[in-house]
Design a protein around this ligand. Structure first.
Ligand code: GLA
Length: 393
């Protein structure tokens, strides 16, 4: 069984340096790494002031960068043919499209942090390479944003203090929502910047707190299966869900669904809006359940919460697909302790907690079920919880 390899940071940093030299003729002064993520539970809760429990993947994006002195930004990527070139003042909303928006948008959003340094305002050559699968619901875009941010801050000589990390998360969110035009919450950027190895990160978007939760489940692995059904958060389905949540909160007279009383949710008159709100309110409660269950290593409780979360996303939030449903059902039948779809939905991946000795049986069963259903072959990876973004030495 071949899992998608995360590669090793040293090799991938060398590859990124070589790419910067080949594609842009520049010599890297820094390589930064930022991980993708898989969310254990808490879906579509971040923009409702709820909680989430993501894990940083060992699969990451690497950004090799060199400073310029002419105010120009050039962006190239191993995953893209096109080189983007523009001036520093052409990196903002409405000025960049496609993949380059994620990287250029970060340069724009970090502007105030870079303004005090000559290297921060002279322009940049940046080359990106990634082992995070694209369009798989594993935050390849946040990984680009955070890797570019750390690289550029390093070039500008800005030390990454806790305060700067927080400002960087905010800048990466602005790049995604205002420049790339994906109306997402803040989970992906937060975990990519703040994750700790061997832990999930429990983020509470109302209290603005985050704490690592040890993922200490003896003999278990975290298996991620990418269904290969592509997922685009700028497509409209994500924004429509967000609008339904806002409507529900407005009708109940609460600032966010985090403050909603389940009895008020049950009284919402629009059936679709009621189901959307029901998902969010119950999902926020499930995050707390899973955090508690991880502390006591209560795998049956985690399994029950994952199952309820998946059903809620399938039936109430309506963001699952036949491929995700089949992967989840098959994983559980083949011996997973817990499985659910993960991420924004409409395709992408599932996450499963699996006894290590059953991992191969589970992936084989999913492959066979997909072949039997006429779906294209899925891809699997092991999500060994990794650390957040930083410079690769
Ligand atoms: C995407 C978004 C996140 C979050 C998830 C759903 O990954 O980027 O902000 O809303 O979907 O939980």
């Amino acid at each position: 069984m071949a899992y998608l390899s995360p590669g090793t940071p040293a090799d991938l940093a060398d590859r990124a340096r070589a790419g910067l030299a080949d594609r842009l003729g520049a010599t890297a002064t820094v390589v930064a790494r930022a991980p993708g993520r898989v969310n254990l539970i808490g879906e579509h809760t971040d923009y409702n002031a709820g909680a989430v429990l993501p894990v940083a993947l060992p699969h990451a994006t690497y950004a090799a960068a060199a400073p310029r002195t002419d105010g120009v930004v050039r962006l190239a990527s191993a995953q893209q043919d096109r080189i983007w070139t523009g001036r520093l003042d052409e990196t903002g909303p409405g000025q960049v499209t496609g993949w380059a928006a994620y990287a250029a948008g970060v340069v724009w959003a970090l502007g105030p942090l870079l303004a005090d340094s000559a290297a921060g305002t002279g322009g940049f050559d940046i080359y990106i390479d990634s082992t995070v699968p694209l369009g798989a619901g594993l935050s390849s875009s946040a990984a680009i944003e955070c890797a570019v941010a750390v690289a550029v801050l390093h070039l500008a000589g800005v030390p990454i203090t806790d305060e700067v990390r927080a400002a960087t998360i905010a800048a990466c969110i602005r790049a995604e929502t205002e420049v790339a035009g994906a109306p997402t919450g803040g989970m992906d950027q937060t975990v990519s910047m703040l994750a700790q190895a061997e832990c999930a990160l429990h983020i509470d978007f109302r209290d603005e707190t985050h704490e690592p939760v040890a993922l200490d489940l003896p003999g278990r692995v975290l298996l991620v299966t990418d269904t290969g059904v592509s997922h685009e958060l700028t497509d409209g389905g994500y924004g429509a869900r967000r609008a339904d949540c806002e409507q529900a909160a407005r009708e109940m007279g609460v600032p966010t669904l985090r403050d909603a009383d389940p009895a008020d949710v049950a009284r919402l008159t629009d059936e679709r809006v009621r189901r959307r709100a029901h998902h969010v309110v119950t999902e926020i409660a499930r995050v707390a359940d899973v955090v508690a269950a991880l502390r006591t290593r209560d795998l049956p409780a985690i399994g029950a919460a994952f199952a309820a979360s998946h059903e809620s996303m399938r039936d109430d939030f309506e963001i699952s697909t036949p491929e995700l449903d089949l992967a989840v059902d098959t994983a559980v039948q083949a011996g997973a302790d817990a499985a659910r779809m993960t991420g924004g939905g409409f395709g992408g991946s599932i996450v499963a907690i699996v006894p290590a000795e059953r991992a191969e049986a589970v992936t084989t069963a999913i492959d066979a079920a997909f072949a039997g259903a006429g779906f294209s072959a899925p891809a699997h990876l092991l999500a060994e919880p990794s650390a957040g973004a930083g410079v690769v030495d």
